[in-house]
Design a protein around this ligand. Structure first.
Ligand SMILES: Cc1cc2nc3c(=O)[nH]c(=O)nc-3n(C[C@H](O)[C@H](O)[C@H](O)COP(=O)(O)OP(=O)(O)OC[C@H]3O[C@@H](n4cnc5c(N)ncnc54)[C@H](O)[C@@H]3O)c2cc1C
Ligand code: FES
Length: 355
């Protein structure tokens, strides 16, 4: 009898009060983050797998079930104060949470789930492909944001991928494009490398994310690594379409010349840019005796002399590159509030599941 009652209650939707105002409904099994994003509440977040703490919030009342061990990313003080991870907490009762950094300005496009079809597949480098998905209707998003992609019946667990073109470019044909880098052992990114995916149905849920171009007049400093080029290309396309007058310095970190891609697109952007556009590709593993005449080393090595300290910084790519660059930028007098980034975290950053 008790277990039947328990089962019945665990299948009930729960209300989540956010900062005493927004009330969202969490469906059974849904995390606070999933429920909030589905209902257009822009809860701060990044990895969605319990690895970055961007989604931390304070549980004011009620109970949650935690999916992974939050002690890996929250401090003892935060745990004592009742902080939880919204992406790893499923409400067990009606709850109230306090979110310190609830984003209330900026783009507020309707979150939709659209069933699209992969219509083209192009190899950009040995481990990055571009896929284009035709949608039944336009999807509005801000450059820099991402969508959750899943392949119904094949890979049902969605993964985050950033839009690779500005909306003004993509909407002309109700299609969206993404750059997907193969992660060794990764389910979705490996599956997407093969052009047999053309014709597959894809669920596209979005837009999500708080990486978007803020209005400002300061120069821009952009840093991309690997498939992190996608949201930055999109962001720069939007800026040029809006006739920005801001100078930009754009570092693109790659291993070798073979890992550089979309260079012609970047050069096109540079020539259309109304102000100064300084593109600096930096190669970390290019053979010593090759014909490469550009910068060698890491993006962080190339910063000195190219950063004034006044820039607004936009970065996307692998977590180690972002972490190292944030440290270097701070040493170059860039305030953390001037830095916006999306780390491309994946399941390997998931802490242990709670038993
Ligand atoms: C905001 C955001 C935007 C992103 N945008 C992009 C983008 O534009 N382009 C892009 O290429 N990527 C992007 N990513 C990364 C992307 O979402 C995927 O994480 C990535 O493609 C890997 O997915 P996968 O299914 O191939 O790998 P997964 O199957 O999720 O596995 C990833 C790795 O984790 C290991 N692993 C799997 N399960 C576990 C587990 N339980 N515990 C420990 N290790 C595990 C796997 O062996 C593999 O090495 C973004 C991520 C975020 C957070
Ligand atoms: S989004 Fe929750 S820990 Fe990263």
């Amino acid at each position: 009898m008790f277990s039947m009652l328990k089962e019945k209650f665990s299948k009930q939707p729960r209300t989540v009060a956010i900062n005493g105002e927004n009330h969202v409904v969490a469906n059974p099994g849904e995390t606070i983050l999933q429920a909030g994003l589905r209902q257009n509440v822009r809860l701060p977040h990044n990895c969605r797998v319990g690895g970055c703490a961007e989604c931390k919030c304070k549980l004011v009342s009620g109970k949650v079930k935690e999916l992974t061990e939050s002690a890996y990313v929250l401090s003892t003080e935060e745990l004592d104060e009742g902080y939880i991870l919204a992406c790893q907490s499923v409400p067990k009762s009606n709850i109230e949470i306090q979110v310190d950094r609830l984003e209330t300005n900026g783009p507020n496009h309707e979150v939709k789930t659209l069933r699209g079809e992969i219509v083209s597949h192009n190899r950009l480098t040995h481990d990055i492909v571009r896929i284009d998905i035709a949608l039944p209707e336009p999807l509005a998003y801000a450059s820099g944001q991402y969508a959750q992609l899943s392949l119904p019946g094949t890979i049902d667990q969605p993964r985050a991928y950033s839009f690779a073109a500005a909306e003004s470019v993509a909407q002309e044909s109700s299609s969206v494009s993404f750059f997907i880098r193969e992660v060794p052992g990764g389910e979705m990114s490996t599956h997407m490398q093969n052009d047999s995916v053309i014709g597959s149905s894809v669920n596209v849920e979005g837009p999500h994310g708080d990486f978007w171009l803020r209005e400002a007049e300061e120069p821009m400093l952009c840093v991309a690594g690997g498939s992190g080029l996608a949201p930055l290309k999109s962001l720069l396309e939007e800026a040029v379409a809006n006739n920005t007058q801001r100078p930009v310095t754009f570092f693109f970190g790659a291993r070798t010349q073979a890992d550089l891609y979309c260079v012609a697109d970047i050069e096109k952007l540079a020539s259309a840019w109304p102000s100064d556009f300084h593109f600096i590709p930096v190669l970390s593993d290019e053979p010593r005796d090759s014909d490469w005449e550009g910068r060698r080393g890491f993006v962080t090595d190339a910063m000195e002399g190219n950063v004034s300290g006044n820039e607004k910084v936009y970065m996307c790519g692998p977590p180690p590159m972002i972490d190292a660059t944030v440290t270097s930028l701070q040493a170059l007098s860039i305030n953390p509030t001037q830095i916006y980034f999306d780390k491309f975290l994946d399941q390997s950053h998931t802490p242990d599941a709670v038993a």
